[in-house]
Design a protein. Structure first.
Length: 560
């Protein structure tokens, strides 16, 4: 019995322990469950905070940053600092020398605009380039950003922003120089150029918006450095910054350009006389394909080429090269010969390239006799007296008289009735212009045209027989003015070769005599038809009229 009792106590004890263990396990399980729920709440709370933060930042970016970008106005420009020597390290944007110089200039710009009437709109200034130049010192290229509500966007203009910068320069009346002090910087006031810029250009040229930007340096004269661009994706914008050694210029030659001709809306090739896309420094802008070679010259030792192709519907590319050239003087003293006629030529600077803006040329002519003057034959160009509007494409000063130049599609002759002629050409101050070619020579002041010739209003001399022949030989129709129409005699033999009514395909006489014998061989004139064997016939409109008039049949060949 004792044994049984002991066993029962032991069983009860085990049962109690199990119940206690289960209670403890339940408490632990409940405790773990509470702990797990607490951790979940913390995680969930953290996730919610993160999502709220992302949403808040997105909303801030959309409504504040984007609104600021939408209202931002960008201005791009340059000026020359005269008293600081250029260091090669300035070309490296990460160098301490560049960063120090940029920070110094940006600090000065901040002082200028934060104390100006536009201070509440001013955001920041950024120096993007520090380069050398042919005038000495440093050339600073910069961006200025304003944030202006769209309703007030018109209060800021290029001239207004530039005026604040210029007015902040303290110049000396005693020294009479354009260099003055801008918060301690010796800035050349005449070098300041500023224009409105694009946001896309701002992000691209400040180093964050494009991977198609190249800085190219050259110092070997007349060596061709190739430039080739192939647009492979939509929205292609490439920048080529070209820099030559100090004291030299850059000549850019376009071999071929394949873009869409749409007035530069989507595609363009723009050449700048700077290292930044400054509107007022554009040398040339191509808005359509270029098949023949053309070249352009900078005014300093730097240039930038920007190629833009918005849509890739067909192959778009640019092929060309640039070279370093020396600066040239334009003009000389010329003594003409006694013989009347053209004997030489003068050209625009860097001919046959487009000549750069703001160039100046001077020629001094002297004839051997007082009775001889100077005749200038312009190719596809003309000059006329300057009026109150001024000259858009530069001006000419000839013996103290002012003239404006214009491009035309024909030759013109300008005569100066003096044995001593001083000519000065002041090139356009805006863009590059087409090359100029002018022939010069002596002429008889008392008889400008040779005997038997007619003097056109364009200055050209034509043969007297070419006057009133129905053809614009003078290019301004001055040879066809005040012409008397001859009376017709339909009974005559029509032997006059230059008769306009003979053999013109229209029967002007009742008997049709004016249209007879039109295939007989006669001397060639302006009113005859030349066959393939160089024989001329009187029938003027013989080509492809369905009748074989030439012996060799050339008048009916190659007719569709």
């Amino acid at each position: 019995a004792a044994n049984i009792s002991v066993q029962m106590v032991a069983a009860e004890d085990k049962l109690a322990k199990r119940i206690l263990a289960r209670k403890k396990h339940g408490k632990l399980k409940k405790k773990d469950k509470l702990l797990w729920n607490f951790q979940n709440k913390i995680i969930l709370f953290t996730v919610i905070l993160f999502i709220l933060g992302v949403v808040t930042w997105t909303l801030l970016w959309l409504f504040i940053v984007q609104a600021e970008n939408k209202d931002a106005l960008y201005f791009v420009g340059l000026f020359r600092v005269a008293n600081i020597e250029f260091l090669p390290e300035y070309r490296q944007k990460e160098s301490k020398e560049f960063l120090s110089m940029a920070e110094n200039v940006q600090h000065v710009m901040n002082l200028v605009y934060t104390t100006s009437s536009f201070s509440k709109f001013y955001k920041q200034s950024t120096v993007s380039e520090v380069s050398n130049n042919n005038n000495g010192g440093l050339l600073i290229h910069f961006w200025i950003v304003f944030v202006v509500p769209q309703a007030k966007g018109q209060v800021l203009c290029e001239d207004c922003v530039a005026a604040i910068l210029k007015d902040s320069i303290q110049t000396s009346i005693i020294n009479r120089t354009s260099v003055g002090s801008l918060q301690g910087l010796a800035v050349d006031m005449d070098s300041i150029v500023l224009s409105a810029g694009l946001r896309s250009d701002y992000w691209s040229t400040t180093g964050t918006g494009t991977n198609c930007m190249y800085d190219l340096y050259a110092d070997r004269l007349h060596e061709h450095f190739p430039l080739d661009i192939h647009a492979t994706s939509e929205g292609t914008i490439c920048y080529f910054k070209l820099i030559a050694s100090v004291g030299h210029l850059i000549r850019l030659s376009i071999a071929s350009l394949q873009i869409e001709a749409d007035n530069c809306i989507t595609d363009s090739l723009t050449i700048y006389d700077s290292l930044m896309p400054i509107k007022h420094k554009i040398l040339y802008r191509a808005c359509e394909p270029v098949d023949s070679s053309v070249s352009f010259v900078s005014t300093n030792n730097l240039m930038m080429v920007m190629f833009k192709a918005a849509q890739i519907k067909e192959q778009k590319e640019f092929h060309g090269y640039f070279e370093v050239i020396t600066q040239e003087r334009c003009g000389k003293a010329i003594v003409t010969k006694e013989k009347i006629g053209y004997e030489g030529r003068i050209t625009s600077p860097y001919y046959p390239s487009y000549y750069p803006p703001k160039c100046l040329c001077a020629w001094n002519f002297q004839t051997p006799q007082k009775s001889l003057g100077i005749a200038l034959k312009f190719h596809n160009y003309t000059i006329s007296e300057k009026n109150i509007k001024g000259c858009e494409r530069g001006w000419w000063k000839i013996n103290e008289h002012m003239y404006c130049g214009y491009y035309v599609d024909h030759q013109t002759v300008f005569r100066i009735a003096s044995s001593a002629v001083n000519i000065e050409l002041q090139c356009s101050s805006k863009v590059s212009e087409k090359p100029l070619l002018v022939e010069y020579g002596s002429y008889n002041i008392s008889q400008p045209c040779p005997p038997g010739h007619f003097k056109c209003s364009t200055g050209l001399c034509i043969q007297q027989m070419q006057r009133c022949d129905g053809i614009n030989n003078c290019f301004d129709e001055s040879d066809e003015l005040f012409c008397v129409v001859p009376e017709w005699n339909c009974n005559s033999s029509f032997a006059i070769q230059d008769n306009l009514l003979a053999c013109n395909g229209v029967s002007d006489c009742e008997n049709g005599k004016d249209e007879q014998n039109c295939t007989h061989s006669i001397p060639c004139t302006n009113h005859t038809f030349k066959c393939g064997n160089n024989i001329c016939i009187r029938k003027q409109n013989a080509k492809c009229d369905g009748t074989v008039d030439c012996i060799d049949g050339s008048d009916e060949s190659s007719c569709s």
